[in-house]
Ligand binder design. Structure first.
Ligand SMILES: [Zn+2]
Length: 253
């Protein structure tokens, strides 16, 4: 790190849990952010600001007027632009030292597997169950930790799944495919159908960015289980999530 970098990241470096070594690990790190919308916006901005050296941002959608209420990486002038491109530009304006790749197609299949395998951490900032399951399976195969966030109406949730930890569940343990688990029905509704209050995606996205920074820098211990936030009551709750021995993704074949 040169003097400019030492100054830029000084408030993080002065933290004992990060220090120079942790900041160097961040600068050498690579995060894949799938979705550059409500959650992906704060994730991309905070990871770039914090000095995550390499980001891959994936989103096939274009910025619409109804996105601007909460998707803070995009400005009014970005209407009609691809979201991954727009978020890339906003993150680079914050920190030109980051290397940021924008993927403007829907990321699935072999391209998803490749992108996940190249990353040190994956942040699921999508709002579709099909994408969530595909990302989870790809992370499991490539043994890359997954930071999953969701936000709808006034409530949000966060979970971290680490395939390198033999005790860690996966997303499909929490929400068995087609299982109709509580919460799935709600969460399956998109923000377009249900609405979402602006700062809620900032809260959950910031929580995701924090967990990614911890995973890459080595600070603290990774989040375990499921955290949910009820914005109307202002209450966090925490649930243990055991590994499901019958899970179709991470259970024994
Ligand atoms: Zn599982």
């Amino acid at each position: 790190m040169d003097d400019q970098a030492l100054l830029r990241y000084s408030r993080q470096i002065m933290l004992d849990q990060v220090d120079i070594d942790g900041q160097e690990r961040l600068l050498a790190g690579h995060a894949l952010v799938v979705g550059a919308g409500g959650l992906g916006s704060p994730v991309a901005l905070y990871l770039a600001a914090a000095g995550l050296g390499r980001l891959t941002l994936a989103d096939a959608d274009e910025v619409e007027l109804s996105n601007l209420q909460r998707q803070i990486a995009h400005a009014t002038a970005d209407l009609g632009r691809n979201k991954a491109e727009s978020a890339r530009e906003a993150a680079l304006a914050l920190n030109p030292g980051c290397t940021i790749q924008a993927i403007t197609e829907h990321l699935d299949g072999a391209a998803l597997a490749r992108a996940v395998a190249e990353a040190d951490v994956v942040l699921d900032c999508t709002d579709r169950f099909s994408s969530r399951y595909a990302i989870n399976a790809a992370c499991r195969t490539a043994r890359v930790p997954l930071v999953s966030g969701a936000a709808i109406r006034f409530s949000g949730q966060l979970a971290v799944f680490d395939p390198r930890d033999p005790d860690s569940p996966c997303y499909a343990c929490l929400y068995p495919p087609g299982g109709g688990a509580s919460g799935e029905g709600d969460e399956a509704l998109s923000c377009a159908e249900s609405g979402v209050v602006a700062p809620l995606v900032g809260l959950i996205g910031s929580f995701q960015a924090l967990e990614a920074i911890k995973l890459v820098s080595g600070a603290g211990t990774p989040h375990r289980g499921l955290s949910t936030f009820d914005g109307l009551g202002g209450q966090w709750r925490h649930f243990r999530v055991p590994r499901d021995p019958a899970c179709p993704v991470c259970g024994p074949a």
